[in-house]
Design a protein around this ligand. Structure first.
Ligand code: B12
Length: 288
């Protein structure tokens, strides 16, 4: 018998803004507690709240008054964690269809969803395998969405991105790469854990390079960061922008000509400008 707090899977999927099969998968995998009644399942409304994402920046409003953007991030988190790639793409596709920019898709949607995946993992609500599967799907979503948001025609310059040896997060540069491509740049993203020599030789061989972005996500920043940036400046005299979650508020002994960005927006602006010569660390740690 239902106790009033319980609802069927159809209503639950409607409330979560997810496909029925995604919610069914949650039940079958134990992510959503459920009670079998006759041929169907009942779940508690209160358990649905645990699946809701943390609030994101409000934009337009959805049917139930929750910001549409927040609903999309929530649906993306849920589909990513359920391994529902088709459902995840539907969320991205809807956002593209409503005119979302590369920034909105990559940073505000996929990036926000991956940060939430990290919160769930840190809280023990998602396994390491769930997180790996979500990351793999996120990479493919970025690739598919990229084809829709990249600008065609002659490019404005070439930007190199990558993470130093020891830094295993590749999504941050993949996300920023699409934002820069949408601005008309040719972007080469070397991804995570790039050996110093390989990174420097590649940049030096790709002359002319407009700017290089080096991203660190895990705190403390990978030990290879400083030697990499020094070598980049020594052998390829290009503007270098260091950034990412692990660079925020950190004093790094970096050479002159290297900017340390404190946000995604700032990193994008510095790379697009290509001057990279401004010392940004308020503590004075940005240049030596
Ligand atoms: C997916 C993931 C992984 C995957 C990465 C898969 C991949 N291919 O990228 C795997 C499983 C490999 C992984 C490994 C680890 N992870 Co992890 N991971 C994550 C997770 C869930 C998502 C990362 C992500 O893509 N975020 C989305 C983007 C949008 O986030 P972002 O960092 O803000 O990125 C933006 C900015 O960096 C910005 N940006 C700003 N300035 C600049 C400048 C430049 C030049 C560029 C290019 C970009 C840029 O661009 C991005 C776009 O907006 C995060 C959670 C989180 N909060 O991010 C944890 C997280 C980053 N991981 C964490 C940890 C602890 C680890 C491990 C140490 C776990 C372990 N014990 O092994 C290892 C790290 C190993 C290493 N040495 O690097 C912690 C880090 C905590 C800390 N103190 O640093 C987090 C925050 C999880 C948590 N809540 O604790 N992880």
């Amino acid at each position: 018998m239902s106790d009033g707090d319980e609802i069927g899977l159809r209503e639950a999927s409607d409330l979560l803004g997810l496909h029925y099969m995604t919610v069914y998968r949650y039940v079958r995998t134990g992510r959503l507690p459920a009670r079998r009644v006759g041929g169907g399942w009942l779940v508690r409304r209160s358990d649905l709240e645990a699946l809701a994402p943390t609030p994101a920046a409000p934009t337009e409003r959805g049917r139930r008054g929750r910001p549409r953007h927040e609903l999309r991030v929530g649906r993306l988190v849920n589909t990513l964690l359920a391994g529902d790639e088709a459902g995840a793409w539907t969320v991205i596709h809807e956002a593209l269809a409503s005119g979302a920019t590369a920034r909105a898709i990559d940073i505000e949607l996929i990036g926000a969803a991956m940060r939430e995946v990290g919160e769930r993992w840190a809280a023990g609500a998602a396994s390491v395998a769930d997180e790996h599967r979500a990351s793999a799907i996120a990479h493919r979503l970025i690739g598919r969405a990229g084809a829709h948001v990249s600008r065609r025609g002659r490019h404005r310059g070439r930007i190199m991105l990558g993470a130093p040896a020891g830094e295993m997060h590749s999504l941050p540069s993949a996300l920023l790469a699409d934002v820069l491509r949408a601005e008309g740049f040719e972007v080469h993203d070397l991804g995570a854990n790039v050996p110093t020599e390989a990174f420097v030789a590649f940049v030096a061989g790709l002359d002319p390079v407009w700017a290089v972005g080096v991203v660190v996500t895990t705190k403390p920043p990978a030990r290879a960061l400083v030697p990499l940036v020094r070598e980049l400046r020594r052998r390829a005299t290009v503007p270098v922008v260091v950034g990412g979650a692990a660079a925020i508020g950190v004093a790094l002994p970096l050479p002159a000509g290297v900017s340390v960005s404190q946000s995604t927006e700032e990193a994008a602006a510095l790379l697009l400008r290509g001057d990279g010569r401004r010392a940004l660390m308020p503590s004075g740690g940005g240049t030596l």
